[in-house]
Design a protein around this ligand. Structure first.
Ligand code: C2O
Ligand code: CU
Ligand code: CU
Length: 460
């Protein structure tokens, strides 16, 4: 954890190796040598500056997911950090790069995060044009937690009993090397090769904060689990079960963009790529020695298992889950909306073969797809062919409806990513507040994103 005191942090993007699977070494691309990268803790309203230095062999772009960030620090895919020796003529932004002269680059650059937003858990990750998925897969992801006084006053489980959990899946070769289709140079940039993993790349090892299937020693008390699905494409449907067959509730207190108005109790909780759920699970009354498993109902075999807790001791518990949590959730009404837009998220044909498209078009950094005014309230309607977790940069939104009906219980609160299920439609409402400039919206299945399912949002 990088402490909040200084307000300015330095992160070096570099190769490093780690023992992820026992007895093997895995080469990673990292922020400061670790996977996940260092957790940044900040306070609402206090600006954090992060200086990133790129010592990797490829260009990078850093995006703070869920951040209310000025456009020039938002990690636009062609706004790159170049390695010092990167040849100028190969900007490396990818084949879909319309105009290489549009690429801006520096080896070291400072990202400014004003943190003028509700307390929540954000994450930062690579966002380079066409290569976001393999870069995240190789390790370029970390957490950024924004805190505030409102949340501190609530007595939710804290300290050792607050666990930020980055869930992801990876595949490994026998020697420990990460396995990812597009990392094989023989396959790279060959048209048609996108087919086999067009649905997204899945791994067969589940990592929690970079460790495979960890076992955590816990007190018999309430725990606050701050869940992030940092997987490229894997969906989870989480449940918590004890080894004597009891199912424990997941009491949701927060969503992507902070606290809910009041707790929502789930017996299972679906979590799509890039979503965050802030939940409290109560181990109170469990006997020491009990094992509690966090499982994925959508997995099979070993991918059903995510994380285990071993209850080590009885303990006092002064935490509580207040019936009322946040009072500052924005409420926008349809009647305020000055535009209603519709976007189809579907597979289709693009220049280099099949891809994933929004409104029939693949991402083009040179095209403005949506232009709106700062402060405008809009309703956006999404339709999906297969599963697409749809993410907007800069703003949080409320889910208004799903399939013409009410939202799901887990849609409560303020979101920045909404998980559309196959064949489903959903409506969201938001105010385009904060900063002017060029932002993005896209599918957060990272392979879909790289294969074109992204669009520009210009706020004027
Ligand atoms: Cu986490 Cu543009 O995304
Ligand atoms: Cu984002
Ligand atoms: Cu998608």
């Amino acid at each position: 954890v990088l402490s909040p005191a200084a307000g300015r942090y330095e992160i070096t993007q570099r190769e490093a190796s780690a023992e992820i699977l026992p007895g093997t070494r895995t080469r990673l691309w990292t922020y400061n040598g670790t996977f996940p990268g260092p957790t940044i803790e900040s306070r609402r309203g206090r600006t954090v500056r992060v200086v990133h230095r790129n010592e990797l062999p490829v260009p990078t772009a850093v995006h703070l997911h869920g951040g209310r960030t000025p456009a020039d620090s938002d990690g636009y895919p062609t706004d790159l950090n170049l390695p010092a020796d990167w040849p100028r003529e190969h900007h490396g932004a990818g084949h879909a790069m319309a105009d290489p002269r549009a690429v801006t680059s520096r080896v070291t650059r400072e990202y400014v995060f004003p943190n003028d937003q509700r307390a929540t858990m954000l994450w930062y990750h690579d966002h380079r044009m066409d290569f976001t998925a393999p870069a995240i897969w190789r390790g370029l992801a970390g957490l950024h937690i924004v805190r505030d006084d409102v949340e501190d006053a609530l007595d939710l489980p804290g300290g050792e009993r607050e666990l930020p959990l980055l869930l992801c899946d990876r595949s490994f070769d026998a020697d420990g090397a990460l396995r990812y289709p597009a990392l094989d140079p023989a396959l790279r940039d060959r048209p048609g090769v996108r087919g086999p993993y067009a649905a997204g790349v899945l791994g067969d090892v589940i990592l929690v904060n970079g460790a495979p299937w960890p076992v955590h020693e816990a007190d018999a008390a309430r725990y606050r689990l701050r869940l992030l699905n940092g997987s490229n494409a894997r969906h989870y449907d989480l449940e918590v079960v004890t080894d004597d067959g009891r199912r424990l509730d997941l009491v949701q207190v927060g969503s992507d963009q902070g606290l809910l108005a009041g707790p929502v109790t789930h017996t299972r909780l679906p979590i799509a790529p890039a979503e965050r759920y802030d939940v409290v699970v109560d181990f109170g009354g469990l006997k020491p020695g009990t094992r509690v498993r966090l499982r994925n109902r959508l997995g099979s075999g070993r991918t059903r298992e995510v994380l285990a807790f071993r209850i080590a001791r009885q303990a006092k518990d002064a935490s509580r889950i207040p019936r009322r949590l946040a009072t500052d959730l924005p409420v926008w009404r349809r009647s305020q909306a000055t535009a209603v837009r519709e976007f189809a998220f579907r597979a289709g044909h693009m220049q280099h073969g099949r891809g994933w498209l929004i409104g029939g078009r693949a991402f083009d950094p040179g095209r403005t797809d949506v232009s709106t005014r700062l402060g405008a309230v809009e309703v956006w309607r999404f339709v999906a062919d297969v599963h697409h977790p749809i993410h907007l940069h800069l703003v949080g939104f409320r889910v208004l409806s799903r399939g013409g009906g009410p939202p799901l219980p887990q849609d409560a609160g303020l979101k920045d990513t909404v998980s559309l299920r196959p064949g489903e439609s959903a409506e969201i409402i938001t105010r385009f507040d904060g900063y002017r400039g060029r932002y993005l919206f896209h599918c957060h299945n990272a392979e879909h994103e790289d294969m074109g399912m992204m669009a520009n949002l210009e706020i004027t």
